[in-house]
Write a protein that binds this ligand. Structure first.
Ligand SMILES: Cc1ncc(COP(=O)(O)O)c(C=O)c1O
Length: 413
């Protein structure tokens, strides 16, 4: 895929008036046909159940993997921090919005990820956008897995270096792309960017295998967005821990909006000079308000709990394996089954919207992912059972999925 096409699919390329009108018209058409399933206003939530339009639904779409968003210790830490530092930071960290808690969190994240230091940003999106943009010089290349998140693409575009994508799901694709690039004398440094655990398909990246690409290019820089792997993979650490590749990863990025039950993001690395540079040059760090104290405290409290209570991670995986094996036995196609993200292949986009709406009617909150989040014609229903979902929740959701799949003739009676 070309740089431009890649940017377009991730929403980072400017769009024409016609493209804007097409998107608006398709949203309106979905609303008219009662297929529109996004932006549902949640009136109340306890993490595993959510009230929408006065009805209580089982939440099967959340990235609150370890079920910590409503943990009383996390809530108490956030409330204490808000009382001590206020509801907002009052400015960028660079100026007056920097609090001791940010530094405590950075030290803790560095230890947790096995790196020497970390720099916290206000969100995960802003972390990728700001930090990736700091990495390159003219002539350098971003070599990205084609499934990479829009925030990675935003960082690449802000960084201005050439972007090349490879099909990470095909063995050898990264190596072939790297060899092609390295064969050109004008290519500068190559930054290989991937996700540890892909958010939509649930695909897990073998980081040890990617690190072996240094046989082709000893200066290869490996950047891993581990938004979904943090606290989940590697026994509740990171995807690099899973593959015994912590030292091989030059920079790991994570968010607090998934397993850490908060909002915010960070990059961690052993290169402290590079981190100092990011701290002072990342546009989204310098020119954006600091992470609110309550969010920082919630992330810190979550890290503490994750380290003390490994059973949460075990429960998350047990729930995922149970659900995936039952869905497969039903005859449904579960795209990847080595992750806590369960992606059920529906295929047609309209069928995916209808499937999700039918589940809403049956008391289940589970959303589809359609193009450009997934390739055209490969719409999925993305289901996540957190470590707080009970057997009863799982049974109810799986029964609703089975009945809907029969209704839609995805499986036989
Ligand atoms: C892979 C990946 N990277 C980055 C982000 C952005 O993180 P945040 O929600 O903290 O902005 C997300 C969130 O959707 C993600 O899935």
């Amino acid at each position: 895929m070309s740089h431009k096409a890649l940017a377009k699919t991730t929403g980072t390329e400017s769009v024409s008036a016609t493209e804007r009108a097409t998107l608006t018209a398709s949203v309106k058409a979905l609303v008219r046909s009662k297929r529109y399933v996004y932006f549902k206003p949640i009136e109340r939530s306890n993490g595993v159940e959510a009230v929408v339009d006065g009805r209580t639904l089982i939440m099967a779409s959340s990235n609150d993997y370890l079920g910590l968003t409503h943990d009383r210790r996390v809530l108490a830490a956030a409330a204490r921090a808000m009382r001590r530092w206020g509801s907002g930071p009052g400015g960028s960290r660079f100026l007056c919005g920097n609090i001791t808690l940010h530094h405590e969190l950075e030290e803790r994240l560095a230890r947790f990820t096995g790196k020497a230091g970390a720099v916290v940003h206000p969100t995960g999106f802003l972390t990728n956008a700001g930090a990736i943009a700091c990495l390159t010089r003219p002539g350098d290349v971003f070599l990205c897995d084609r499934e990479c998140h829009a925030s990675i693409m935003a960082g690449c575009r802000l960084g201005g270096a050439r972007m090349v994508s490879y099909k990470g799901e095909r063995e050898g694709a990264a190596r072939a792309a790297l060899e092609r690039l390295r064969a050109k004398p004008e290519t500068g440094r190559i930054f290989l960017i991937t996700e540890g655990l892909f958010s939509m398909s649930g695909r897990v990246t073998d980081l040890a295998a990617l690190a072996r690409l240094r046989e082709v290019d000893p200066n290869l820089f490996l950047y891993v967005d581990d938004a979904h792997g943090l606290g989940v993979m590697g026994g509740g650490r990171t995807t690099a821990h899973e593959f015994d590749a912590v030292a091989d990863v030059d920079m790991v990025m994570g968010t607090f909006s998934k397993a850490l039950a908060s909002v915010g993001g960070f990059v961690a690395s052993d290169d402290l000079d590079l981190l100092t540079y990011i701290q002072h040059d990342s546009r989204t760090h310098i020119f954006s308000a600091g992470l609110p104290a309550a969010s920082a405290a919630a992330a810190l409290a979550s890290l503490e709990i994750i380290e003390k209570e490994p059973r949460r991670v075990e429960r998350l995986w047990r729930n995922a394996r149970l659900a995936q094996s039952r869905l497969q036995r039903l005859g449904l196609t579960v795209k990847e089954s080595s992750s806590p993200i369960t992606s059920i292949l529906i295929g047609d986009e309209m069928a995916a919207f209808d499937f999700s709406r039918e589940l809403f009617d049956r008391g289940v909150f589970a959303l589809p992912a359609v193009y450009p989040a997934v390739p055209k014609g490969q719409a999925i229903l993305r289901v996540v059972f957190t470590s707080r979902h009970t057997r009863k929740h799982i049974d109810t959701v799986l029964n609703a999925i089975a009945e809907t799949a029969r209704l839609f003739r995805l499986i036989e009676d």
